[in-house]
Design a protein around this ligand. Structure first.
Ligand SMILES: [Zn+2]
Length: 196
């Protein structure tokens, strides 16, 4: 509850995604929202990604994050990558074929790949606003998203740093020998409508 400003106490025990839709439509009745009450799985990830213009990755573990990353790379969809633990957070925007992908950045997974990690609501809220800003930049073309840079945030000290990130040419997801490149060479190229 402490990090879910779209939620209310009377909804405890019910699917968050449906409450999020309800609250967002109360804020702005003109938006159309399709809530999908599912975790990201190998079975649904491609259809979810293909039906979207971009993804914002806020999944709680690297299983789902890696699935989203691979699918976004394959289908050429931008992905805003946001994660936090305690008072720390990181943020970057991934453009397949242009920037490093999540697997380039984290070939080995951090030990915060778990449920039940500590959360201060204002920390996740700060990161969420920054991630939303990245999405707005991507959608509108207004100003420059955070490409090939990893923003690291330590809110215990209010320290923000931008670190240059690099593509790994041998990355199993986006590298030269990634499986989807074979499909491309066989004229089964995924859609390419989001290549800013
Ligand atoms: Zn990669």
């Amino acid at each position: 509850m402490n990090r879910q400003i779209l939620m209310t106490d009377d909804w405890v025990g019910k699917p968050r995604v449906l409450k999020a839709k309800e609250t967002l439509q109360a804020i702005n009745p003109d938006v159309e929202i399709e809530a999908v009450h599912e975790y990201v799985t190998p079975e649904n990830v491609d259809s979810l990604v293909q039906s979207a213009d971009m993804a914002i990755d806020c999944a709680h573990n690297f299983t789902e994050r890696d699935l989203l990353n691979s699918s976004c790379v394959q289908w050429r969809k931008p992905m805003v990558e946001a994660a936090m633990d305690g008072m720390e957070a990181y943020l970057t925007t991934i453009i397949p074929g242009v920037t490093p992908c999540l697997s380039c950045l984290f070939p080995e997974k951090p030990d915060w790949d778990r449920r039940g990690f500590s959360v201060l609501g204002a920390v996740s809220g700060t990161l969420a606003c920054l991630a939303a800003l990245e999405a707005i930049k991507l959608i509108t073309g207004f100003n420059q998203p955070l490409l090939s840079q990893l923003l690291t945030i330590d809110l215990s000290r209010l320290e923000f740093a931008k670190r240059r990130s690099y593509r790994d040419r041998s990355c199993p997801v986006c590298g030269n020998n990634a499986p989807w490149r074979y499909l491309q060479s066989q004229s089964m190229e995924p859609t390419t409508n989001c290549n800013k």
